[in-house]
Design a protein around this ligand. Sequence first.
Ligand code: NAD
Length: 476
Amino acid sequence: MSLSEQEISRIVEQVLRSMQNESGSVSSTGATPVPTPKTSLGDGVFIDVDSAVNAASIAQKQFVELGFEKRREIIQGIRETALEHAQRLAELAVADTKMGRVTDKKAKNVLVATKTPGVEDLPKEMYVGDHGITLAVYSPVGVVGAITPTTNPTATIINNGIIILAAGNAVTFNPHPNAAICSNEAMKVLNRTIVKLGGPENLMTSVAEPSLRSSAELMKHKKINLIVATGGGGVVRAAMESGKRAMVAGPGNPPVIVDETADIEKAAQAVVRGAAFDNNMPCICEKECFVVRSVADKLIDAMQRYGAYLLSSTETDRLKNTVLNPDGSIKKEYVGKNANVILNDIGVRVGEDKILAICETETNHPFVQTELMMPILAVVKVNDYDQAVEFAFQAEHGLRHTSMIHSKNIGRITHFAKKMSCNLFVANSHCGSVLGYEAEGPTAFSIAGPTGEGELYPRHFLRKRRMVLRDVLEVS
Ligand code: NAD
């Protein structure tokens, strides 16, 4: 068997990585292994969870003392720094994780820097009457433990950082182990800005070598008052079973419906754009498409003009056997790869202008039922709108995350939105719209479906206190 140069360098890199992961030198006492840091320490990066949380706890107390005006100034500074570093962090994210597209990662960094709600989102509540004044005072919770994903590795740090700090908290992150370098670098540049603006050191902290173990340790740490976990099924369960208050942003498998009343040209453009965005890694991306048979060929033709490559049925089978394990689980090495790179592995040579692979399948195909996080979109032809809804509902697996429809029939749009009951829903646009990307409204990068908060904003990171004032300010 002869290996290509590319394969050899990939294997060498994997071996070096696993050696690095295991190499934590055992201390002279033979006790706890000391991990080899992936990131240099400092600017909020610590060697272990305990030091990271303790430092954040000290910083949080100093932070609240600075008052709201300084907090506003710091959040503004974070936004500006994130914008300044948007391109560099996007490049670093792709280099570190080997997934996704620099332009789309940059767009996400810019989106969170500009549209994540800040201090203005904090609730204000007051009741005045014959019995005096009752106020709701919202206080910070303290230190928030934030578990972040590999799919949005720098944008989630910026977004979670803003919403958590805007509410007066500090944060300790546990980035995904495969995104530690870029996630920690994002946090470091933001921390430097905070200090430059007169804020405390270590308002955001993290560990140099995050792992599943450090994630579990963070969730259980006694000084962590609230957890926000963004990721797949494993972290959702772990956070909900942690015994702490947790807001959990879990997986999705968003369907898109195209019916016979839709503007097919616009629908094709939107579906390709959404499904190809950052190689389909965001949880909100169109992950399977149900199209009414009478307009299906027109849609598929148009999708090809917008950058989709249509697979034959033999190529579809080959692709299935390549990107999925025999048990149906996804092969991680294909997550977030460019379409032309994935297709190359099944012997299909296409240019970089092909940003999405599409294939016609039945609704029970694994490409429909599985959250692939690859630029592969199964297109299922259905008899009518009713069958599209039935299949879409089933493919979403009751996650109630995100769903999309292209239709001019307002009754159907309303019916589909009701039936799916998703946290995020969009009619006649690409998935990015639900995050305020090229659409109205703020953005969120943690959509807490399983715990019910939906899009997470600063208002979710607070502790409500009721204050009743009698016999004061009676001026009427
Ligand atoms: P992942 O679940 O592999 O990892 C996410 C984070 O959780 C990482 O920091 C990881 O270290 C930690 N983690 C994983 N399993 C854990 C466990 N058992 N105990 C403790 N910590 C654990 O997910 P990923 O590949 O980084 O991200 C992709 C997934 O995240 C997709 O399923 C996607 O839909 C979902 N996601 C959801 C949202 C949302 O807002 N709902 C946003 C982004 C991504």
